[in-house]
Design a protein around this ligand. Sequence first.
Ligand SMILES: [Fe+2]
Ligand SMILES: [Fe+2]
Length: 438
Amino acid sequence: MGPDGLQENDVYLRTAVSVDSSGWAHYDYVKMPDYRWGIFLTPPEKDRTIGFGDNANMAAWDKVPGEFRSDLRRIIVTQADTEPASVEQQRLLGHSCPSLYDLRNLLQVNVEEGRHLWAMVHLLHEYFGKDGRDEAEEMLVRRSGNPDTPRILAAFNKPIDDWLSFFCFTMFTDRDGKFQLGALAESGFDPLARATRFMLTEEAHHLFVGDTGIQRVLQRTCQLMNEIPDGDVTQRGGIPLQVVQKYINFWYSASMDLFGGEDSSNAANYFGAGLKGRFGEQKDKKISDHLALDGYYELEWMDNGHMSNHQIPMRRAMNLVLRDSYKEDCEKAVRRWNKVVAKMGVDFELTLPSQRFNREIGVYMNQPFSPSGEMLSAEDYQSKVSNWLPTEEDRAYVISLMVQVREPGKFAGWIAPPAKGIQGNPLDFPYVKFDHNN
Ligand SMILES: [Fe+2]
Ligand SMILES: [Fe+2]
């Protein structure tokens, strides 16, 4: 289920050979089947204690505590299942790569997600006995988008047929991964904390691919807008800014769902037990109360026909707290993109939709909110939704632009080249080698 048709090619990949700073990023040509599926844990911290919840200040666990066994297994399985899912979603994208540079980045993301699966399955095999091994087998049976045996989370079953979707996925959905892994890196179950800490170092590149990918699309579109007097970039094979905005709306809202319900007893249990913390629980100076037994998160949602204010006890609001950290991170990227657009003299501002828009999970599920968060009638919503989410025509147009470019240094016409190459190499470096036969 890995990248289709690219098993024989030499790919300029980063491989981790050890966790220390000299070994975790080794660059060379590798055929993907020879990529090293190592299990890397950051070194153990001496006398590490649990940093939050009811077991705060007690020694971190080296083994699975019996009372939390099923919760912990569920947390690990849910995270592990996303890793192969994204590789399955992206397996045909190589056939339409906009450049060798982009192809190499796709394959880098794919091999690392494969290794993350390996590392999570290792936890199941090593610490959970027979039921852990059974869960690992199930992971091999599920397939992204399969109607009978889908992956666990919805965003990981949505098709990724084009590179704009891929960039949105790595920007928004992989970024959910950053925050989930960050919360698990705080876990009182030490092997999980050490495994996820190392994964986070690799995730940073995935987010870079998405963030800069979207930025390069915007740059190219703005350049075309400046060159074409009437501004219709589709005449020259560009992606209109409104279409980019719709893709952002789609993937951001789908990724919001990955955080789970806003008011969640599971979230409260995981926090209370010390299994899953907040992002930066130990390091962030703003987080001083590691018990979170006091206080409420106030949120408005629809109740008996009108919006009313609700108070969610803090522990039950942990999904929401994590999602807010995620939102802040996304907002920073949008501000950077808008600067790029403005600098190119184009009058357009990208935005993130409201947390209420297009939700399939939680208190705003299946309700007709606009991207600005305004409640509409169902008819009004239906008449406007084609302005907010990609239509069949939008998707068909974007897909029509996807043609494989594999001449070193050349880029497809809908995307600008990146600012620089990988690891100090030039843009026309052969990041993936094709022989004459394939
Ligand atoms: Fe991952
Ligand atoms: Fe990732």
